[in-house]
Write a protein that binds this ligand. Structure first.
Ligand code: ADP
Ligand code: MG
Length: 345
Protein backbone atom coordinates (compact mmCIF):
# COMPACT_ATOMS: atom_id res chain seq x y z
CA UNK A 1 0.00 0.00 0.00
CA UNK A 2 1.22 3.44 -0.94
CA UNK A 3 1.59 5.76 2.04
CA UNK A 4 3.32 8.82 0.58
CA UNK A 5 3.17 10.34 -2.91
CA UNK A 6 5.10 13.32 -4.21
CA UNK A 7 3.73 14.56 -7.52
CA UNK A 8 5.82 16.93 -9.65
CA UNK A 9 7.22 18.81 -6.68
CA UNK A 10 9.40 21.86 -7.39
CA UNK A 11 10.91 24.26 -4.89
CA UNK A 12 13.02 27.36 -5.33
CA UNK A 13 14.29 29.29 -2.32
CA UNK A 14 13.95 33.07 -2.22
CA UNK A 15 16.82 34.75 -4.04
CA UNK A 16 18.16 31.42 -5.32
CA UNK A 17 18.91 31.17 -9.06
CA UNK A 18 18.23 27.47 -9.45
CA UNK A 19 15.45 25.30 -8.19
CA UNK A 20 16.56 23.21 -5.16
CA UNK A 21 14.02 20.52 -6.15
CA UNK A 22 12.89 20.04 -9.74
CA UNK A 23 9.71 18.26 -10.76
CA UNK A 24 10.26 15.37 -8.36
CA UNK A 25 7.70 12.55 -8.19
CA UNK A 26 7.92 9.31 -6.24
CA UNK A 27 5.82 7.02 -4.05
CA UNK A 28 6.72 5.30 -0.81
CA UNK A 29 5.10 2.01 0.18
CA UNK A 30 3.90 1.35 3.71
CA UNK A 31 6.63 -0.22 5.89
CA UNK A 32 9.38 0.52 3.42
CA UNK A 33 12.73 2.18 4.16
CA UNK A 34 13.67 4.57 1.37
CA UNK A 35 17.12 6.15 1.11
CA UNK A 36 17.33 9.55 -0.53
CA UNK A 37 20.85 9.86 -1.84
CA UNK A 38 22.81 12.54 -3.68
CA UNK A 39 25.76 14.88 -3.46
CA UNK A 40 25.77 17.84 -1.11
CA UNK A 41 23.33 20.46 -2.42
CA UNK A 42 21.31 18.00 -4.54
CA UNK A 43 18.08 18.83 -2.69
CA UNK A 44 17.78 15.93 -0.24
CA UNK A 45 17.13 17.98 2.89
CA UNK A 46 14.70 20.18 0.98
CA UNK A 47 12.64 17.12 -0.01
CA UNK A 48 12.42 16.07 3.65
CA UNK A 49 11.46 19.59 4.74
CA UNK A 50 8.73 19.73 2.07
CA UNK A 51 7.27 16.43 3.32
CA UNK A 52 7.50 17.56 6.96
CA UNK A 53 5.81 20.88 6.20
CA UNK A 54 8.83 23.05 7.06
CA UNK A 55 8.86 24.35 3.47
CA UNK A 56 6.11 24.80 0.87
CA UNK A 57 6.72 23.88 -2.79
CA UNK A 58 6.24 26.24 -5.75
CA UNK A 59 4.50 23.48 -7.66
CA UNK A 60 3.22 19.97 -7.18
CA UNK A 61 1.27 18.07 -4.56
CA UNK A 62 1.95 15.67 -1.72
CA UNK A 63 -0.37 13.01 -0.27
CA UNK A 64 0.15 11.15 2.98
CA UNK A 65 -2.03 8.18 3.97
CA UNK A 66 -4.55 9.03 1.27
CA UNK A 67 -4.89 12.64 2.38
CA UNK A 68 -3.66 15.53 0.22
CA UNK A 69 -1.43 17.54 2.57
CA UNK A 70 0.06 19.90 -0.03
CA UNK A 71 -1.54 21.25 -3.19
CA UNK A 72 -1.51 24.80 -4.55
CA UNK A 73 -1.84 27.13 -1.55
CA UNK A 74 -3.14 24.31 0.63
CA UNK A 75 -0.72 23.15 3.29
CA UNK A 76 -1.59 21.01 6.29
CA UNK A 77 0.49 22.53 9.13
CA UNK A 78 3.62 20.60 10.11
CA UNK A 79 2.33 19.65 13.58
CA UNK A 80 -0.82 18.12 12.08
CA UNK A 81 0.96 15.96 9.50
CA UNK A 82 2.00 13.21 11.92
CA UNK A 83 5.50 13.10 10.47
CA UNK A 84 8.42 12.18 12.74
CA UNK A 85 11.73 13.90 12.08
CA UNK A 86 15.26 13.10 13.20
CA UNK A 87 17.57 16.01 12.43
CA UNK A 88 21.18 15.68 11.39
CA UNK A 89 22.49 17.09 14.70
CA UNK A 90 19.76 15.17 16.66
CA UNK A 91 18.47 18.49 18.12
CA UNK A 92 17.93 17.07 21.62
CA UNK A 93 17.06 19.47 24.44
CA UNK A 94 20.26 19.59 26.53
CA UNK A 95 18.53 20.65 29.76
CA UNK A 96 15.98 17.82 29.66
CA UNK A 97 16.59 14.19 30.63
CA UNK A 98 16.22 11.71 27.82
CA UNK A 99 12.86 10.60 29.21
CA UNK A 100 11.68 14.22 29.16
CA UNK A 101 13.09 14.61 25.66
CA UNK A 102 11.00 11.69 24.41
CA UNK A 103 7.90 12.79 26.36
CA UNK A 104 8.15 16.26 24.86
CA UNK A 105 6.67 15.37 21.48
CA UNK A 106 3.72 13.40 22.84
CA UNK A 107 0.18 14.71 22.83
CA UNK A 108 -0.87 16.22 26.14
CA UNK A 109 -4.11 14.20 26.21
CA UNK A 110 -2.37 10.82 26.35
CA UNK A 111 -3.41 8.91 29.48
CA UNK A 112 0.12 7.86 30.39
CA UNK A 113 2.78 9.72 28.39
CA UNK A 114 5.58 8.60 30.72
CA UNK A 115 4.80 4.95 30.01
CA UNK A 116 4.79 5.59 26.24
CA UNK A 117 8.14 7.41 26.52
CA UNK A 118 9.61 4.61 28.65
CA UNK A 119 8.37 1.91 26.30
CA UNK A 120 9.83 3.69 23.30
CA UNK A 121 13.19 4.13 25.02
CA UNK A 122 13.12 0.41 25.83
CA UNK A 123 12.43 -0.33 22.19
CA UNK A 124 15.54 1.57 21.11
CA UNK A 125 17.62 -0.21 23.76
CA UNK A 126 17.97 2.58 26.34
CA UNK A 127 16.14 1.15 29.33
CA UNK A 128 18.72 2.12 31.97
CA UNK A 129 19.36 5.67 30.93
CA UNK A 130 15.98 7.40 31.38
CA UNK A 131 17.26 10.03 33.77
CA UNK A 132 20.53 10.85 32.11
CA UNK A 133 21.04 14.04 30.13
CA UNK A 134 21.99 13.97 26.44
CA UNK A 135 25.63 15.00 27.08
CA UNK A 136 26.08 11.91 29.26
CA UNK A 137 25.41 9.63 26.27
CA UNK A 138 27.52 8.55 23.31
CA UNK A 139 26.73 9.82 19.81
CA UNK A 140 25.04 6.54 18.89
CA UNK A 141 22.91 6.63 22.06
CA UNK A 142 21.90 10.26 21.48
CA UNK A 143 20.78 9.30 18.04
CA UNK A 144 18.59 6.55 19.46
CA UNK A 145 17.01 9.12 21.83
CA UNK A 146 16.28 11.32 18.81
CA UNK A 147 14.80 8.29 17.06
CA UNK A 148 12.68 7.43 20.13
CA UNK A 149 11.43 11.01 20.34
CA UNK A 150 10.44 10.91 16.67
CA UNK A 151 8.64 7.56 16.79
CA UNK A 152 6.98 7.82 20.23
CA UNK A 153 3.96 9.76 18.87
CA UNK A 154 3.42 6.95 16.34
CA UNK A 155 3.92 9.02 13.18
CA UNK A 156 2.72 7.94 9.74
CA UNK A 157 6.21 8.32 8.39
CA UNK A 158 9.66 8.84 9.86
CA UNK A 159 12.15 11.20 8.19
CA UNK A 160 15.85 11.15 9.08
CA UNK A 161 18.43 13.59 7.76
CA UNK A 162 21.94 12.11 7.46
CA UNK A 163 21.41 9.83 10.48
CA UNK A 164 24.80 8.14 10.15
CA UNK A 165 27.04 11.05 9.17
CA UNK A 166 28.21 11.94 12.69
CA UNK A 167 29.26 8.40 13.59
CA UNK A 168 32.78 7.09 13.11
CA UNK A 169 33.36 4.24 10.69
CA UNK A 170 33.67 1.55 13.39
CA UNK A 171 30.31 2.44 14.92
CA UNK A 172 28.54 3.06 11.64
CA UNK A 173 28.04 -0.55 10.51
CA UNK A 174 26.59 -1.48 13.89
CA UNK A 175 24.33 1.59 14.22
CA UNK A 176 22.98 1.17 10.68
CA UNK A 177 21.93 -2.37 11.47
CA UNK A 178 20.42 -1.39 14.85
CA UNK A 179 18.42 1.46 13.36
CA UNK A 180 17.21 -0.75 10.53
CA UNK A 181 16.06 -3.39 13.00
CA UNK A 182 14.25 -0.89 15.22
CA UNK A 183 12.43 0.58 12.23
CA UNK A 184 11.49 -2.86 10.88
CA UNK A 185 10.31 -3.98 14.35
CA UNK A 186 7.92 -1.03 14.62
CA UNK A 187 6.82 -1.45 11.00
CA UNK A 188 7.13 2.29 10.50
CA UNK A 189 7.70 3.74 7.03
CA UNK A 190 10.95 5.68 6.85
CA UNK A 191 12.89 7.95 4.53
CA UNK A 192 16.50 8.70 5.35
CA UNK A 193 18.88 11.05 3.64
CA UNK A 194 22.51 10.15 3.02
CA UNK A 195 25.39 10.97 0.68
CA UNK A 196 27.06 7.62 1.41
CA UNK A 197 26.34 4.80 -1.04
CA UNK A 198 27.24 2.20 1.60
CA UNK A 199 24.55 3.56 3.95
CA UNK A 200 21.97 3.39 1.21
CA UNK A 201 22.90 0.02 -0.27
CA UNK A 202 23.07 -1.70 3.13
CA UNK A 203 20.08 -0.15 4.89
CA UNK A 204 17.40 0.80 2.38
CA UNK A 205 14.71 -1.29 0.71
CA UNK A 206 14.76 1.18 -2.17
CA UNK A 207 16.99 4.10 -3.10
CA UNK A 208 16.07 7.38 -4.80
CA UNK A 209 18.99 9.30 -6.25
CA UNK A 210 18.87 13.08 -6.72
CA UNK A 211 21.17 15.22 -8.84
CA UNK A 212 20.79 19.02 -8.99
CA UNK A 213 17.27 18.67 -7.63
CA UNK A 214 16.21 16.15 -10.29
CA UNK A 215 15.27 12.58 -9.42
CA UNK A 216 17.49 10.31 -11.51
CA UNK A 217 16.27 6.85 -10.56
CA UNK A 218 14.36 5.09 -7.81
CA UNK A 219 14.78 1.35 -7.44
CA UNK A 220 16.01 -1.51 -5.26
CA UNK A 221 19.74 -1.30 -4.41
CA UNK A 222 20.77 -4.14 -6.73
CA UNK A 223 19.09 -2.55 -9.74
CA UNK A 224 20.62 0.87 -9.12
CA UNK A 225 24.03 -0.75 -9.01
CA UNK A 226 23.60 -3.21 -11.87
CA UNK A 227 21.17 -1.33 -14.12
CA UNK A 228 21.79 2.40 -13.70
CA UNK A 229 19.60 4.49 -16.02
CA UNK A 230 22.36 6.96 -16.90
CA UNK A 231 26.13 7.49 -16.49
CA UNK A 232 25.61 9.81 -13.52
CA UNK A 233 23.88 7.08 -11.51
CA UNK A 234 26.39 4.45 -12.65
CA UNK A 235 29.37 6.50 -11.56
CA UNK A 236 27.74 7.57 -8.30
CA UNK A 237 27.67 3.96 -7.12
CA UNK A 238 31.36 3.37 -7.65
CA UNK A 239 34.20 3.36 -10.07
CA UNK A 240 33.63 2.21 -13.64
CA UNK A 241 36.22 1.45 -16.25
CA UNK A 242 35.71 2.79 -19.71
CA UNK A 243 37.53 1.49 -22.80
CA UNK A 244 37.02 2.25 -26.47
CA UNK A 245 36.22 -0.62 -28.78
CA UNK A 246 35.66 -1.21 -32.48
CA UNK A 247 32.84 -3.63 -33.29
CA UNK A 248 33.54 -6.50 -35.66
CA UNK A 249 31.34 -9.31 -36.94
CA UNK A 250 32.20 -11.63 -34.02
CA UNK A 251 33.33 -9.32 -31.23
CA UNK A 252 34.97 -6.11 -30.07
CA UNK A 253 38.50 -5.10 -30.88
CA UNK A 254 40.08 -3.16 -27.99
CA UNK A 255 43.56 -1.96 -27.05
CA UNK A 256 43.59 -4.65 -24.32
CA UNK A 257 42.74 -7.45 -26.79
CA UNK A 258 39.77 -9.00 -28.50
CA UNK A 259 36.45 -9.79 -26.82
CA UNK A 260 34.34 -12.42 -28.56
CA UNK A 261 30.73 -11.25 -28.58
CA UNK A 262 28.20 -12.02 -31.31
CA UNK A 263 26.21 -8.94 -30.24
CA UNK A 264 29.03 -6.72 -31.49
CA UNK A 265 27.73 -6.67 -35.06
CA UNK A 266 24.72 -4.65 -33.88
CA UNK A 267 27.00 -1.65 -33.44
CA UNK A 268 28.61 0.68 -35.95
CA UNK A 269 32.00 2.41 -35.95
CA UNK A 270 33.07 2.92 -32.34
CA UNK A 271 31.67 2.08 -28.90
CA UNK A 272 32.59 2.50 -25.25
CA UNK A 273 32.66 -0.57 -23.03
CA UNK A 274 31.88 0.24 -19.40
CA UNK A 275 32.54 -2.19 -16.56
CA UNK A 276 33.11 -2.15 -12.83
CA UNK A 277 36.31 -3.60 -11.33
CA UNK A 278 34.34 -6.59 -10.01
CA UNK A 279 32.95 -7.33 -13.45
CA UNK A 280 36.42 -8.51 -14.52
CA UNK A 281 38.42 -11.50 -13.41
CA UNK A 282 42.19 -11.94 -13.51
CA UNK A 283 42.99 -15.35 -15.03
CA UNK A 284 45.87 -17.53 -16.13
CA UNK A 285 46.59 -17.38 -19.81
CA UNK A 286 44.39 -19.63 -21.88
CA UNK A 287 41.94 -19.04 -24.68
CA UNK A 288 41.13 -15.57 -25.87
CA UNK A 289 41.50 -12.94 -23.22
CA UNK A 290 42.42 -9.38 -22.57
CA UNK A 291 45.73 -8.41 -21.06
CA UNK A 292 47.57 -5.40 -19.72
CA UNK A 293 50.80 -4.35 -18.12
CA UNK A 294 50.62 -4.46 -14.33
CA UNK A 295 50.94 -0.88 -13.14
CA UNK A 296 49.84 -1.10 -9.54
CA UNK A 297 48.44 -3.60 -7.06
CA UNK A 298 46.55 -2.29 -4.03
CA UNK A 299 45.79 -4.70 -1.23
CA UNK A 300 42.60 -4.17 0.84
CA UNK A 301 42.45 -7.33 2.96
CA UNK A 302 39.13 -8.52 1.54
CA UNK A 303 40.32 -8.01 -2.05
CA UNK A 304 43.04 -6.53 -4.25
CA UNK A 305 42.72 -3.92 -6.98
CA UNK A 306 45.00 -4.45 -9.96
CA UNK A 307 45.67 -1.56 -12.34
CA UNK A 308 46.49 -2.69 -15.86
CA UNK A 309 47.61 -0.53 -18.78
CA UNK A 310 47.44 -0.93 -22.57
CA UNK A 311 50.24 0.09 -24.96
CA UNK A 312 49.23 3.75 -24.80
CA UNK A 313 49.06 3.81 -21.02
CA UNK A 314 45.26 3.78 -20.79
CA UNK A 315 44.36 2.05 -17.51
CA UNK A 316 41.67 -0.22 -16.18
CA UNK A 317 41.18 -1.52 -12.65
CA UNK A 318 40.19 -5.12 -11.99
CA UNK A 319 39.17 -6.48 -8.61
CA UNK A 320 40.62 -9.81 -7.61
CA UNK A 321 40.70 -12.09 -4.58
CA UNK A 322 43.27 -11.25 -1.88
CA UNK A 323 45.17 -14.52 -2.28
CA UNK A 324 46.19 -14.11 -5.90
CA UNK A 325 49.92 -13.54 -6.31
CA UNK A 326 51.48 -11.41 -9.04
CA UNK A 327 55.11 -12.09 -8.05
CA UNK A 328 57.47 -11.77 -10.97
CA UNK A 329 54.64 -10.97 -13.40
CA UNK A 330 54.83 -8.04 -15.77
CA UNK A 331 51.50 -8.61 -17.48
CA UNK A 332 48.20 -10.02 -16.30
CA UNK A 333 45.38 -11.60 -18.30
CA UNK A 334 41.76 -10.92 -17.57
CA UNK A 335 38.31 -11.44 -18.98
CA UNK A 336 35.07 -9.51 -18.52
CA UNK A 337 31.93 -11.34 -17.56
CA UNK A 338 29.80 -8.22 -17.77
CA UNK A 339 30.02 -4.88 -19.52
CA UNK A 340 27.73 -2.21 -20.91
CA UNK A 341 28.10 -1.05 -24.47
CA UNK A 342 27.52 2.62 -25.24
CA UNK A 343 27.68 4.16 -28.67
CA UNK A 344 30.57 6.62 -28.84
CA UNK A 345 30.21 9.71 -31.00
P1 ADP B 1 21.27 18.58 0.37
O1 ADP B 1 20.51 18.26 1.60
O2 ADP B 1 21.18 17.53 -0.69
O3 ADP B 1 22.72 18.92 0.65
P2 ADP B 1 19.65 20.97 0.27
O4 ADP B 1 18.26 20.53 0.10
O5 ADP B 1 20.07 21.40 1.62
O6 ADP B 1 20.64 19.88 -0.32
O7 ADP B 1 19.94 22.19 -0.72
C1 ADP B 1 19.58 22.19 -2.07
C2 ADP B 1 19.93 23.53 -2.68
O8 ADP B 1 19.15 24.55 -2.10
C3 ADP B 1 21.38 23.96 -2.47
O9 ADP B 1 21.82 24.63 -3.61
C4 ADP B 1 21.30 24.88 -1.28
O10 ADP B 1 22.35 25.81 -1.31
C5 ADP B 1 19.95 25.53 -1.47
N1 ADP B 1 19.33 25.89 -0.17
C6 ADP B 1 19.06 25.05 0.83
N2 ADP B 1 18.44 25.68 1.85
C7 ADP B 1 18.32 26.97 1.46
C8 ADP B 1 17.76 28.14 2.06
N3 ADP B 1 17.19 28.09 3.28
N4 ADP B 1 17.83 29.30 1.35
C9 ADP B 1 18.40 29.34 0.13
N5 ADP B 1 18.93 28.29 -0.49
C10 ADP B 1 18.89 27.12 0.16
MG1 MG C 1 21.22 18.10 3.55
Amino acid sequence: MRILSLNQISKKYNQAKEFAVNDVSFDVEEGEILALIGESGSGKTTVLRLIAGLEHPDAGSISLSGQVIVEGKKSVPAHERQVGMVFQDYALFPHLTILENVKFGLKKNLSDPIKVAEDTLKLVGLREDYHKYPHQLSGGQQQRVALARAIAPNPKILLMDEPFSNLDAMLKDQVREEIRQIIKKTGITAIFVTHDTKDALSTADRIAILHKGYLQQIDIPKNLYEFPVNPYVANFFGKRNEIMAVPREDGFHTTFGFITDPEAKKYKEKVRLMFRPEHGEVVRRDGQQLSGKIVKISYFGSHQMVKLADEEGKRVTIRTNPGRSFDGMERAFFYLWKYDVEEAF
